[in-house]
Design a protein around this ligand. Structure first.
Ligand code: G3P
Ligand code: MG
Length: 248
């Protein structure tokens, strides 16, 4: 017998890293650009500063997306907040700071925008980051709906999030779909499997649904591919192309 699908109170179009290509990733400016393009859900990456403040940053190091250098986990929040996280993208965003997760959560909540919080721990910080994200999300969202979707490539982080706030929905992020995806989704009591769009097929989407889970794909930047995946029943896609692939 096919198990029922879990609720999926999320839109099918998710702005990757807030504003896709149009704005510096993982900044508040990016979220505003995403919202201006009618996106009602953002994905962003969260990790801990040296003094345990949650911030938005994709890489382990600061070099690619800020004017800082070296591991992000070696810097305090006060140090991170002084960096320029926008100038690498374009002069219009020069001075845009590395945001605290809390600031982004408040922006999303105030504007009715759903969030996929990707737990992106610095090396060795997997459990601490998973627990910190889950507890902060519980405190910030309280009873606000929809609850944020927590996801991670790190199963250690996902397990820590599950232990800290079991009521928050989780998705397992995978670089490649493992043969035992059903067992892994069950282990972390996930609602969804978030896959690389390259691995998406009608068969996989149907198999994930038949197993009682939702399925989302990153990062879909080709409009024809986006239409095809959604026609196959994909629950959501992450995109960098906010003008070419936009919500209806
Ligand atoms: O969460 C979806 C996607 O963001 C995963 O890959 O490297 O862009 O964080 P990445
Ligand atoms: Mg991400």
């Amino acid at each position: 017998m096919t198990p029922p699908l879990p609720p999926w109170p999320y839109p099918a179009h998710i702005a990757h890293r807030g504003g896709g290509r149009l704005a510096p990733e993982n900044t508040l400016a990016a979220m505003r650009v995403g919202a201006q393009h009618r996106f009602r859900m953002f994905e962003f990456d969260v990790k801990l500063s040296r003094d345990d403040v949650l911030v938005l940053l994709h890489d382990d190091t600061l070099d690619r997306t800020t004017d800082g250098q070296g591991p992000a986990a070696a810097q305090s929040f006060a140090e991170l907040a002084r960096l320029d996280a926008g100038g690498w993208h374009s002069p219009a965003y020069m001075g845009e700071p590395v945001p605290a997760f809390e600031a982004v959560a408040r922006y999303a909540l105030a504007n009715g925008i759903a969030c996929n919080i990707e737990i992106k721990p610095s090396p060795g910080q997997e459990s601490a980051t998973g627990a910190a994200v889950a507890l902060a999300a519980r405190r910030l969202w309280r009873d606000a709906l929809p609850a944020p979707l927590l996801s991670s490539f790190s199963e250690t982080a996902l397990a820590a999030a599950q232990a800290a706030a079991p009521e928050l929905p989780r998705a397992l992020l995978v670089e490649q779909v493992p043969p035992d995806w059903r067992e892994r989704l069950a282990r972390y009591d996930c609602v969804a499997l978030n896959i690389n769009q390259r691995d998406a097929s009608r068969e996989l989407i149907e198999a994930v649904h038949a197993a009682g889970y939702r399925i989302a794909a990153w990062t879909v930047n080709d409009p024809a591919r986006a239409r095809l995946l959604l026609s196959w029943g994909l629950d959501a896609l992450f995109t960098d192309e906010l003008t070419e692939i936009s919500p209806p």
